[in-house]
Design a protein around this ligand. Sequence first.
Ligand SMILES: Cc1cc2nc3c(=O)[nH]c(=O)nc-3n(C[C@H](O)[C@H](O)[C@H](O)COP(=O)(O)OP(=O)(O)OC[C@H]3O[C@@H](n4cnc5c(N)ncnc54)[C@H](O)[C@@H]3O)c2cc1C
Length: 423
Amino acid sequence: MLKTDTLWEATTKYKRTYPFLSDHVTADVVIIGGGFTGIAASYYLQKQGVRTVVLEQHTIGWGASGRNGGMMNTGYKLSASALINRWGVDEAKRLDQYALDSIQAVERIASEHQIDCSIRKSGHVALSKNKKKAKDFERERELILKHFNREVEVLTDDALQQEVNSDFYQVGFLDPKSYGFHPLNYVRGLAEVTADLGAEIYEQTKAMDIKKSGQFFIVSSEKGKVTAKELIFATDGYSNKIEPELHKGVLPISSFLVATEKLDEQLLSTLIPNNRMLFDTINLTNYFRQTPDSRIIFGGSGIGYPAKKKYFNELYSKLTTVFPELSGVSIDYQWGGLIGATIDKFPVIGRTTQGAYYSVGYTGHGASQSTLHGQLLAQCILREERINKTFENTPLKSIPLYNQKKFLVSSANLYFRLLDKLN
Ligand SMILES: Cc1cc2nc3c(=O)[nH]c(=O)nc-3n(C[C@H](O)[C@H](O)[C@H](O)COP(=O)(O)OP(=O)(O)OC[C@H]3O[C@@H](n4cnc5c(N)ncnc54)[C@H](O)[C@@H]3O)c2cc1C
């Protein structure tokens, strides 16, 4: 029977629950949002003996962190050439290394704490059905080799068929350094580790009001309060009017996924022979992969929100266009979530006028970076030297007509859909 919870929720091994806040508690740092960013910030702070309280309005990993495709891809939403154009070669190289380090950070944490999250070095292939894209891919390959000293490959014909057995795509771009994982197992597993380090985690606890009293933040929920010297917003695509600066700067973009029934291993290894993470390079990206329990998940971005039956039908139709062999296959799970995007398509770490810290705007690329951003937030609070300051030096720009977000998002969807059709 079709289920509307996520495949990750249905298959998670980490089921610890946390109480809702019904008291007045104190901490050194209060963190709003229990996804990768919030839990990682809490983890790195607790390791330094800093007392943290995490408030999550639903359950740990309920937001994008427990809804994503589980692809820890190298790089950013911006291409290597865009990074170089914007920051110059040296900084772009540091940013590329930072993205690789973020994947390594997740792997290290998972291994150190034995978090069972099916983490695997899979590599990714970016795809296009437009042969002309081969030129862009080739330019990107040259830049990555020359400036970042990394080997990537442009794939066509047989080489492409060996990665994705479909006539739909004409050209691909293989980066072997990406990983796949079970995102909810990771974030829930890390939450357990963090709670064991002394963090107080509260679920079903929505931060509803924030006041500053002298040097302290007082965050109120329906039945409780937290007083703390520092506050972190880790709310990304779920940021709302409780912090107007984030509400103005983060564009929530919807993304949906379907998960097939379990498939025969033979069929899976025919369709996606090397078990890579796969996505196309159109504006309203489709992304797909095998799952640890032998299904294919197929996602698509920017269609509208909340979910409607027709969005899932569209995904099914696209899935079976890419893989006609899957016509008639059953869908066991379907779900959606919100990606936090910035105008610059680049994540931002900043401080609000009141002095609260935030890290938002991964623009669909936060599965691994959010862990290192949690570390950067911790380093900001501890006044330590940061491993990278670029995200702090990038201002969070207000979205024009932010009050009309719904209208903006649907107009942008129509516009990008048209562009994708023309390409
Ligand atoms: C469908 C989908 C697919 C994706 N696929 C990929 C992928 O394959 N690879 C990739 O790199 N990235 C992907 N992303 C993006 C990635 O998941 C995010 O960048 C990342 O999870 C952001 O983590 P976060 O902790 O900052 O935010 P989130 O995980 O969204 O967490 C924010 C949390 O804040 C909570 N919250 C908000 N307001 C309050 C409040 N007032 N009080 C208490 N709690 C509050 C929310 O409930 C939520 O749990 C995808 C996103 C989606 C939605």
